[in-house]
Design a protein around this ligand. Structure first.
Ligand SMILES: Cc1cc2nc3c(=O)[nH]c(=O)nc-3n(C[C@H](O)[C@H](O)[C@H](O)COP(=O)(O)OP(=O)(O)OC[C@H]3O[C@@H](n4cnc5c(N)ncnc54)[C@H](O)[C@@H]3O)c2cc1C
Length: 460
């Protein structure tokens, strides 16, 4: 698709010439996310209001121009990457916190408020917005809603969807809708709010979000448990679940990841013979937190932990968390390309998932790092490869398909939090039946009859 001069002029008029970008550098910069690149857009627009977005959508719909919405651009699956040219609508000017309602425990925000900024603002008032993707200093709430982002705290607090009460959104045909309400209960009609959560910018453009908040926990405490091998660490996870302990976070780090992050930080994070770590954080009222960590320690010891390190100060807590936060960067030093998959299995099947990962690494001669949100059964499986080696690329592709087939056989899912986007579109049929896919496509057509909004995503 290329833009006719009339279409281009109409679109630029919707925002004003000062807020349109057409130079090649901008088109490229707005055409990638954390991993993927596509075909740059013909025009980037930076609207400020829902009314401007409505005018853009109506123009695109009338002229059948692809329209891609962009939040923070930190996605891992190409959601905000244009693949058929057209227009990128960057939400960066819709970046205000409109209201923090302490009485009703909610916040109303524009979509491009940075996740971490919202957390800081509500915490200053004794409130808490739990979803904590590792990208939170750069990702936007709108992008988090569109991907239903998770993070370590999802184990106790759930993912983004649990916090979305109401939305304002612009349909690709230009209508401005309001879904949900400020009340925490609402069963009037179909739940369009939750349909839009996780819709990856394919159904509507979200222009305002009402979020539920919770009280900020009074205390937090962190424990690092080191294990001789991954099997004992995974047994530690099972022991915690069996003891009915639900800490705020339960993160698992394997040997490849541990050694990489130790090299990256230039210090040891665990005893020399440790080959796996669990990082567990409890939060709540102080006596409850202490009691919970005691139970965590007992479960980890029973599972064979060789070292337990409880953080006594905030500094020590941060030192423990460094191991997890720096992981993505540290792994990049191991290979030119890190193919990251956020597969998820029912919590109790994490041991089988690790057996599968180990088997795939050996069978295909690949370096694999597997770490993540063990409490949710959501493990980030990273194939570390050299893209210049075609044989390795082919082996990684086979391993990837077998990984997806394996998680579906374990009754899990090929994506727990990063979405389908471009990257996983070829694998949708592994998980969804033809009837379900057909129904989803009818829903897509009801929202977007001309298929202009984020074409090529989720569906090939
Ligand atoms: C270092 C790193 C760590 C990460 N860690 C995590 C993690 O722990 N958990 C996790 O879940 N993800 C993680 N991610 C992935 C990514 O940060 C999330 O998917 C995040 O939610 C994307 O938000 P964004 O604002 O950057 O969205 P973008 O990448 O800009 O867009 C993502 C999708 O949302 C759509 N979209 C954006 N804004 C809107 C809107 N207003 N209306 C409609 N659609 C919209 C886009 O079209 C696109 O399909 C990580 C990424 C990086 C780079």
């Amino acid at each position: 698709v290329s833009l006719s001069p009339e279409s281009r002029a109409g679109l630029i008029e919707a925002v004003g010439a000062a807020w349109a970008r057409e130079d090649p550098d901008a088109l490229i910069a707005y055409g990638t996310d954390a991993l993927q690149t596509g075909r740059p857009a013909d025009l980037v627009l930076l609207p400020r209001t829902a009314a401007e977005i409505s005018a853009i959508a109506a123009n695109c719909n009338g002229d059948r121009i692809p329209l891609v919405v962009r939040g923070g651009g930190t996605g891992y699956t190409g959601g905000s990457v244009p693949v058929r040219g057209g227009v990128v609508v960057s939400m960066e000017r819709l970046n205000r916190i409109l209201e923090i309602d302490e009485e009703n425990l909610l916040a109303v925000v524009q979509p491009n408020v940075v996740t971490g900024d919202l957390q800081d603002a509500v915490e200053a008032r004794g409130l808490f917005y739990p979803p904590d993707p590792a990208s939170l200093r750069r990702s936007a709430i709108g992008g988090n809603v569109a991907e239903c982002a998770g993070g370590p705290r999802a184990f106790k607090y759930g993912t983004t969807k649990r916090y979305v009460l109401a939305l304002e959104a612009v349909l690709p045909t230009g209508e401005v809708l309001r879904t949900g309400s400020k009340a925490v209960k609402n069963v009037v009609g179909y739940d369009l709010t939750q349909l839009l959560v996780g819709s990856e910018g394919t159904l509507a453009i979200i222009t305002e979000i009402t979020l539920r908040l919770v009280p900020k926990p009074a205390a937090q405490a962190t424990l690092r448990a080191s294990f001789r091998d991954i099997a004992s660490a995974v047994a530690g996870v099972s022991a915690l679940l069996a003891a009915r302990v639900v800490p705020a976070t339960l993160e698992l780090i394997d040997e490849v990841s541990l050694r990489a992050v130790e090299r990256h930080l230039g210090r040891r994070l665990a005893p020399e013979d440790a080959r796996a770590l669990l990082i567990v954080e409890a939060d709540g009222v102080p006596p409850g937190v202490a009691e919970e960590l005691n139970r965590v320690e007992a479960a980890c010891r029973a599972a064979g932990a060789i070292d337990l390190d409880r953080a006594a100060s905030d500094d020590e807590r941060h030192r423990i968390w460094d191991a997890r936060r720096e992981l993505s960067h540290a792994l990049r030093a191991l290979a030119p390309l890190k193919i990251n998959h956020d597969v998820v299995v029912p919590r109790g099947r994490v041991p089988q998932l690790y057996t599968l990962i180990d088997r795939l690494g050996h069978a295909h001669g690949l370096l694999v790092a597997a770490f993540g949100h063990a409490g949710d059964g959501n493990i980030h499986v990273n194939f570390l490869i050299d893209p210049a080696d075609p044989d390795q690329v082919a082996r990684a592709a086979t391993a990837q398909r077998q990984l997806f087939e394996g998680v579906v056989a374990l009754e899990g899912s090929i994506s727990g939090e990063h979405g389908i986007g471009l990257a996983k579109a070829p694998y949708l049929e592994l998980e969804l039946s033809a009837d379900v896919i057909a129904l989803m496509k009818r829903l897509k057509a009801a929202f977007d009859p001309n298929g202009i909004l984020n074409p090529g995503k989720i569906w090939r």
